[in-house]
Write a protein that binds this ligand. Structure first.
Ligand code: XMP
Length: 319
């Protein structure tokens, strides 16, 4: 029976062995997994590691600042902050197919990592916070029709021409184990307890075309929703909660006027590993308070609905 302290020691030895005197680039996404991977690798090889935070403009409100300050101030681990919003939003213009979005985003991440690797004179390895469920859900299952459910950007979405070798120290772990490892490594409790956030970010929570304007609308709705969840003391009881901005406009009435605006869907699920999930049963008062705030405070949204779909048959994210 492994303890996390033993896992940590064994992985550190393994990473040292694998990397030797090479250099490693680690992409930080803002989530727990990549942060834990980065801190673990930094313990193993110190300044042979360069962390790159790719700000794709598809983060939630304030997320970029929180990650940058965790690494620079709490850990003192050097961090490259790549501002790539224009690159990502430019490339996503006109793209509406979910897998096309994921593939473009995965490829663009790699382009940026390779560019940053070039700036430090080359890196042999790329580190990612891939977990066991990511591996399972991105492979093509055999023995039946071949189906990829989603190309997770940190697994199936990697371009074949990538020059760097992958290091994925969390590949055998489930989320609860990554959190235990994060605590073992001294990550702040609030950071370790964060809800999962997908690498492709808000792009897969905006069905249809992704634009800066739509990202801004979604960020506002999402932060009101999460604020209400925190105020109600429910954050830690929920695996993941987020808003989705639908490509549908409906008619409403505000004061004396007619409105014709977007629909926002709210999603919240419980889960232990993300592979199956149940909807979180909010009470009606919570939902109506949150819907009212979003409609009153976010220009561009005039209707809010709650997603009642478990996984399966739904997935957690909408794309
Ligand atoms: P789905 O939507 O497949 O999501 O039910 C299961 C869990 O995985 C997260 N997710 C991702 N995480 N890169 C990630 O790092 C991705 O491309 C990605 N896609 C989905 C999702 O948020 C949920 O926690």
């Amino acid at each position: 029976d492994w303890t996390m302290a033993e896992f940590r020691e064994a992985k550190i030895a393994e990473i040292k062995e694998q990397v030797g005197s090479g250099r490693v680039i680690c992409g930080l996404s803002g989530g727990v997994d990549s942060a834990v991977a980065a801190v673990l690798i930094h313990e193993a090889i110190g300044d042979q590691l360069t962390c790159v935070f790719v700000d794709h403009g598809l983060m939630r409100a304030n997320e970029a600042e929180q990650v940058v300050s965790l690494f620079r101030n709490h850990y003192n681990i050097p961090l490259v902050h790549a501002d790539a919003e224009a690159l990502f939003l430019g490339g996503l213009a006109g793209v509406t197919d979910p897998e096309a979005k994921r593939k473009f985003i995965g490829k663009t991440f790699i382009d940026i990592f390779e560019e940053e690797a070039g700036k430090i004179g080359g890196a042999e390895f790329l580190a990612q916070g891939t977990l066991y469920p990511d591996v399972i859900e991105s492979v093509s299952f055999t023995g039946g029709p071949s189906v990829t459910i989603k190309s997770h950007h940190n697994v199936g979405g990697l371009p074949e021409r990538m020059n760097m070798k992958l290091i994925e120290p969390l590949r055998e772990l489930f989320k609860d184990e990554v959190r235990a490892l994060g605590r073992e490594l001294g990550l702040p409790k609030a950071f370790v307890g964060r809800h999962p956030f997908p690498g492709p970010g808000l792009a897969i929570r905006i069905p249809g075309e992704v634009t800066k304007e739509r990202c801004d609308i979604l960020r506002k709705a999402d932060s009101i929703y999460l604020e209400e969840i925190r105020n109600a003391g429910l954050y830690d009881a929920i695996w993941q909660a987020f808003a989705v901005l639908l490509p549908v406009k409906t008619v409403g009435v505000m004061g004396d006027g007619r409105t014709y605006d977007n629909v926002c869907a709210l999603r919240a699920v419980t889960s232990t590993d993300g592979m199956t999930a149940d909807i979180y049963p909010f009470d009606a008062a919570f939902l109506s308070r949150t819907a009212t705030r979003i409609i009153n405070e976010v220009r561009g949204i005039n209707r809010v609905v709650y997603d009642y779909t478990s996984k399966p048959p739904g997935t957690i994210e909408w794309e």
